[in-house]
Design a protein around this ligand. Structure first.
Ligand code: ADP
Ligand code: MG
Length: 257
């Protein structure tokens, strides 16, 4: 099926590392409000594609368009300002802060803005109101992911699965339009996995768009309405779960490694 007004459009994406071509002219579109899965055997180029879209790598060639604008090569903070965000593992410094502090720190530009406002006495009231809003939103976000009981725990003490929920909570605090997730279920126990997927489904019903890189086929087939299969740096096939599962080339790619 054609995607006429894509939210994300990747065209002829290419990434070389020295002599290795990790992505070799990948093109695909992501419809607004969709839960799209990006799959493919190990080494297919999924993570590199993901990193090129999210500003971690500069593509060798090709374009990334988001919401109608060329965003190729923009750094993560600039993408976040436009509503395109990815999850990040909780960095060492943040693991020594509480869960609540982690979530409150997430909105981009917040620190800089507050610093500017703090020196302008006329805006003090506004600063206080803003901070109260952030606290309230932080608590709402924590309870949405059912980690509010961990608010005062150091992030470094969370289990792997709880940390993934915190990473999602941090991303949501930036008020994104589209969220990219690279293997968000790795090391997550089945109970938390279901919780995380439920939350994603719920957010999608509210209009958020998700692109998920995941090796667990069952999860992809159950939750994603559109699936893109990569192989050897290119898009091999795409469509709904049924279409992709029936595709002989997809079977071969997985069997052939
Ligand atoms: P996937 O996520 O689908 O498993 P990757 O995007 O991680 O695939 O990798 C695609 C190919 O590019 C692999 O052959 C991998 O070894 C290579 N590759 C990825 N990152 C680098 C890098 N930083 N330097 C050199 N080669 C890389
Ligand atoms: Mg990968």
């Amino acid at each position: 099926e054609a995607i006429d007004s894509p939210l994300l459009e990747v065209e002829g994406l290419r990434k070389e590392f020295g002599g290795v071509t990790a992505v070799d002219g990948a093109s695909f579109r992501v419809a607004p409000g969709s839960f799209t899965g990006l799959i493919g055997p190990n080494g297919a180029g999924k993570s590199t594609t993901f990193n090129c879209i999210t500003g971690i790598h500069d593509p060798t060639a090709g374009t990334v368009r988001f919401d109608g604008r060329d965003v190729t090569g923009l750094p993560p903070y600039a993408l976040a300002e436009r509503g395109l965000v990815r999850t990040f593992q909780i960095a060492r410094e943040l693991s020594e802060m509480t869960v609540l502090e982690n979530v409150m720190l997430a909105p981009p530009g917040q620190v800089g803005e507050s610093a500017i406002r703090a020196v302008l006495p006329g805006l003090r009231e506004e600063v206080e109101r803003d901070e109260a809003d952030v606290v309230e939103e932080a608590w709402e976000t924590l309870s949405f992911f059912e980690i509010d009981h961990l608010a005062h725990e150091n992030a470094g003490n969370l289990s792997g699965g709880q940390r993934k929920l915190l990473e999602m909570a941090r991303v949501l605090m930036t008020d994104p339009e589209m969220v990219l997730l690279d293997e968000p279920l790795a090391g997550v126990n089945p109970t938390l996995e279901e919780k995380l997927l439920d939350r994603i489904d719920e957010l999608r019903r509210e209009g958020l768009t998700f692109l998920l890189v995941e090796h667990d086929m069952d999860v992809i087939m159950e939750h994603c309405e559109h699936i893109i299969v990569m192989h050897q740096g290119r898009v091999l096939a795409e469509g709904d779960a049924e279409t992709v599962q029936r595709d002989e080339r997809v079977l071969e790619a997985y069997l052939g490694g």
